[in-house]
Design a protein around this ligand. Structure first.
Ligand SMILES: [Zn+2]
Length: 291
């Protein structure tokens, strides 16, 4: 497919969206088209960017059948996928959340291979998990002895709630209804509970330079950094913080680069300087204490 052509209409895609999947508003502006032919639109109301048209439900179901974080990245020997780097990153993140959460009951959404549930158990939390694969979630629940929910995420509202913390690390960029995900997460928190979101950073210097080059058509595989094979919505720290404040009345407690150990002291120094130097960022926000 040429970078300038659209994907052929097929069962793999929904009709194009005319409203934003995060805030429901608009109008939308075409930002660029990636090397797969996927359009990337920006919402002029909230500033988020997203793939448009989006994958159909069937297509996503097929893609996520059997998808787990650990298995999916098997064979990936990069620093960020190193098991010890992942484990330390999760542990430091949980310590940071603990410094803000009113209690220790935590729901870990997109719990993948169970690493974050394991780290939560080891550091004094009462964790519960959620993921999409029935076999993987049943196996993790049995191995760790903690509840791991499955099925439609939004149905959790009828079954559970009142969490001190909700944890989504590299999750919110995957579903095509991120606004509804945030609605559900907010409703599942007890008043004063905290929401943790970690995700790729479209606003990093590296990603800004790549986007700039792609808009000038300087690269042979444009917008590869959007990674539309896996990711549907693309966030900057300022966009997410503003949405959490204005839509939910949440207090944004922390916006920073990710807690993963860096590969060198120089990388760690830049990492501490701000979110623009990291390909991922995190936000912690508190639900209003009066509910
Ligand atoms: Zn929007």
């Amino acid at each position: 497919m040429s970078p300038t052509s659209s994907p052929e209409p097929s069962a793999d895609y929904d009709p194009p969206r005319s409203t934003c999947p995060l805030c429901g508003g608009g109008p939308l502006r075409r930002r660029l088209r990636d090397f797969r032919g996927h359009g990337i639109d920006g919402c002029t109301a909230c500033g988020v960017e997203f793939m448009n048209p989006q994958y159909s439900d069937d297509s996503l179901r097929r893609f996520y059948a059997g998808y787990t974080c650990g298995l999916h990245h098997e064979g990936d020997t990069s620093h960020r996928r190193n098991p010890e780097v992942r484990r330390l990153g999760k542990r430091r993140t949980l310590e940071l959340i603990a410094s803000h959460a009113p209690g220790r009951r935590i729901l870990m959404v997109g719990c993948g291979d169970g690493l974050e549930l394991q780290e939560a158990l080891a550091t004094g939390w009462q964790p519960e998990g959620y993921d999409v694969d029935p076999k993987a979630t049943a196996a993790i629940a049995e191995r760790l002895g903690v509840p791991v929910h499955c099925g439609e995420f939004h149905d959790l509202l009828a079954r559970t709630g009142g969490y001190d913390a909700i944890f989504l690390d590299q999750v919110i960029e995957h579903p095509k209804d991120p606004g509804r995900y945030l609605d559900t997460c907010h409703a599942l928190l007890r008043p004063g509970g905290v929401l943790f979101l970690g995700m790729p950073n479209l606003g990093s210097i590296s990603n800004r330079l790549k986007t700039f080059a792609d808009r000038l058509r300087l690269r042979s595989r444009p917008a590869r950094h959007y990674n539309t094979r896996h990711h549907l919505t693309f966030f900057r720290p300022s966009v997410l913080s503003k949405l959490l404040r204005e839509r939910y009345g949440m207090a944004v407690l922390c916006v920073r680069s990710s807690m993963k150990p860096q590969r060198s002291q120089v990388a760690a120094l830049f990492h501490r300087l701000g979110t623009v130097f990291d390909s991922s960022f995190l936000v912690i926000a508190r639900r209003h204490r009066l509910g």
